[in-house]
Design a protein around this ligand. Structure first.
Ligand SMILES: NC(=O)C1=CN([C@@H]2O[C@H](COP(=O)(O)OP(=O)(O)OC[C@H]3O[C@@H](n4cnc5c(N)ncnc54)[C@H](OP(=O)(O)O)[C@@H]3O)[C@@H](O)[C@H]2O)C=CC1
Ligand SMILES: CC(=O)N[C@@H](CCC(=O)OP(=O)(O)O)C(=O)O
Length: 345
């Protein structure tokens, strides 16, 4: 399968490269970016020396039609919605890592991303790529909207509780924490070393673009309109997301019963691992891997279910899940090219 990566020299793009160079069924045929055309990817990423010595070239639809089967977009929001329509019409399969195609209702995109939405035909075609939720739809998809990093951890943590009607959807509070690579490669005052080192910062409270994405799916699963409280924090680490979710239990339930419901729900999902009672996952336990690890507690005193979910933001939160979706689209074993052991310590 011939693959192209747009946004190849960003963090999502370079993580796609890290996995795809070892994927047995794909060949990387195109690396494209915005401002680095003509340069070798090795100039920006010397760790790729001897592994992928390839020039970054301009994105050209005629070249893509001739040489590419699947195009990954690892570009900032606002880019793929402009470029993708012509590639859809040309019959190219697309996996978009950005937020441009995740919200089915274009007016929500307009409100939260402050930009015009993708054309309705593209939004209709896009399948939300949370693999464990939409595997059957992804098998037939030609356009996949890969989920955001926080929504991946949050939704994998909440879906079994909502499916089993254990919690009141409108009581959900999500406390999210992310490493700095989540903000992409370009530095800014907020992601500058001296601003983030030995510091924890809350940001975009009540305004984060992942709020409508999470609400879209929890409402679908809960079969009612659900609004969530979602807060995000930057923590001084490179990779990793931890989302801790709190919700009111509808009926009292034993913790070990909830854990066994979760184990059963994810029994066929290699990349989701449920911790035993009284233990909770840490971000380092998934670093560099496509796993989402989940720990569960029932706080009987407050009648709350507490769920802790961790992922590596650039793997399960971006490039890894995108490759998992590629595998599903082509009927390959979902783990193909993704079976790395987390990088611990
Ligand atoms: N980082 C993460 O943990 C996650 C990221 N995502 C999403 O993935 C996408 C990529 O993120 P990330 O890799 O972190 O971002 P980066 O800022 O690290 O990289 C962005 C890439 O997009 C390229 N680019 C920018 N504008 C254009 C354009 N108009 N045409 C073509 N290429 C363009 C840049 O090229 P150049 O450098 O040459 O300008 C660069 O290669 C974003 O939508 C992000 O929200 C999703 C989940 C997690
Ligand atoms: C640490 C950090 O800044 N993280 C980014 C998440 C990036 C992402 O996944 O956002 P998209 O929805 O645009 O894909 C943020 O909070 O906006």
């Amino acid at each position: 399968m011939k693959i192209g990566i747009v946004g190849a020299n960003g963090y999502g793009g370079v993580e796609l490269i890290r996995y795809l160079v070892n994927h047995p069924y794909v060949e990387i045929k195109l690396l494209a970016s915005h401002s680095s055309n003509g340069n070798s990817i090795v100039e920006q990423y010397p760790h790729l020396q001897g592994i992928l010595e390839m020039n970054i070239s301009e994105l050209n639809i005629e070249d893509v039609k001739e040489n590419i089967d699947v195009l990954f977009f690892a570009t900032p929001s606002g880019v793929s919605k402009e470029l993708i329509p012509q590639y859809i019409e040309a019959g190219i399969k697309i996996i978009d890592l950005s937020g441009d195609l995740r919200l089915q209702d274009g007016s929500l995109y307009e409100g939260w991303y402050k930009n015009t939405p993708a054309p309705p035909f593209a939004l209709d075609k896009a399948i939300y790529g949370l693999t464990e939720l939409n595997r059957e739809l992804i098998k037939e998809a030609t356009l996949v909207a890969n989920p955001g990093c926080y929504p991946t951890a949050t939704l994998l943590g909440l879906i079994p509780a909502l499916q089993h009607k254990l919690i009141d959807g409108n009581s959900i509070v999500i406390d999210g924490k992310s490493g700095i690579s989540g903000a992409g490669r370009k530095t800014s005052a907020t992601t500058h070393y001296s601003e983030i080192n030995e510091n924890v910062k809350a940001y975009k409270l009540g305004k984060h673009q992942h709020i409508p994405e999470i609400e879209q799916i929890v409402s679908q699963i809960g079969n009612e309109n659900i609004t969530v409280t979602f807060s995000t924090h930057l923590v001084p680490m490179t990779r990793g997301i931890m989302c801790t979710m709190y919700a009111n239990l509808k009926e009292p339930i034993n913790e070990s019963k909830v854990i066994s419901l979760y184990e059963d729900y994810y029994k066929d999902d290699y990349f989701v691992r449920i911790r035993k009672g009284g233990t909770w996952p840490a971000t380092k336990e998934v670093t560099g891997s496509n796993f989402c690890d989940i720990g569960i507690t029932v706080d009987e005193r407050t009648n709350k279910l507490i769920i802790v979910a961790v992922i590596d933001n650039v793997v399960k939160g971006a490039a890894g899940q995108a490759i998992q979706n590629l595998n599903v689209m082509y009927g390959w074993d979902e783990k193909t090219g993704l079976q790395t052991t987390p990088l611990f310590p």
